[in-house]
Design a protein around this ligand. Structure first.
Ligand code: ZN
Length: 209
């Protein structure tokens, strides 16, 4: 990407759009995701990036599940989307256990996935949401990740690098909002995702020279 051109989304056919905005009619119980967002006083769960889309140079890997809400169905899409609404957080992408990819926030916009955060040394930039793409893999602390998820993640990351015309830096949420962020007084709680079960050899930075 050059200059101030907007991000041209060239989403692959197998990426399902499910934007976290008022028009989202995905039904959860007696409500829709859009109605939940509106009732929380918002129109969408993202902001403009203060540095514009050109600022994007980082991908943050996360995992999440709904295990605390529905222990018997931790990967229920509706419940997961409801968690974003309930907590006022978001992520650009969600990859389910079958490797299906959902686009929740436009890449050019700032999603609310990293929270108070600082890049590893020597980068040390804070406020990682401003310049990153967030990807949530559906998993629990002990489940590990499926082959389908790794395959989908690889394709997604290659697509992101293609759309932004640059190599991305890949970090885990635990690397930017973990022990170091707590020790520096940036935050009280320590994020542990994607954790030791995530295989970093499977992401493009480590595959493509
Ligand atoms: Zn996370």
């Amino acid at each position: 990407m050059r200059g101030s051109q907007p991000v041209i989304m060239d989403i692959d056919m197998d990426i399902k759009e499910c934007l976290l905005e008022s028009a989202n009619d995905y039904t959860v119980g007696a409500s829709t995701i859009g109605a939940m967002i509106v009732s929380s006083g918002k129109e969408r769960l993202w902001d403009e990036r203060s540095g514009g889309a050109d600022a994007v140079d980082t991908v943050v890997i996360h995992y999440m599940s709904a295990v605390d809400v529905v222990p018997g169905d931790p990967y229920n899409l509706g419940q997961l989307l409801k968690i974003f609404c309930d907590y006022g957080v978001s992520s650009h992408y969600l990859i389910n256990r079958d490797g299906e990819i959902y686009n929740l926030v436009p890449e050019g916009m700032k999603a609310w996935h990293a929270g108070l955060s600082i890049m590893p040394e020597p980068d040390n930039r804070t406020g990682v949401n401003e310049f990153s793409i967030g990807i949530e893999l559906l998993a629990t602390e002990r489940s590990g990740f499926t082959e389908a998820q790794y395959e989908a993640l690889r394709g997604l990351c290659v697509g992101i690098e293609g759309r932004f015309s640059k190599k991305m830096v890949y970090v885990g949420h635990d690397m930017i909002a973990g022990e170091r962020a707590v020790a520096l007084g940036l935050r009280k709680d320590r994020k542990i995702d994607p954790g030791p079960l995530f295989d970093w050899s499977r992401i493009p930075a480590n595959i493509i020279s």
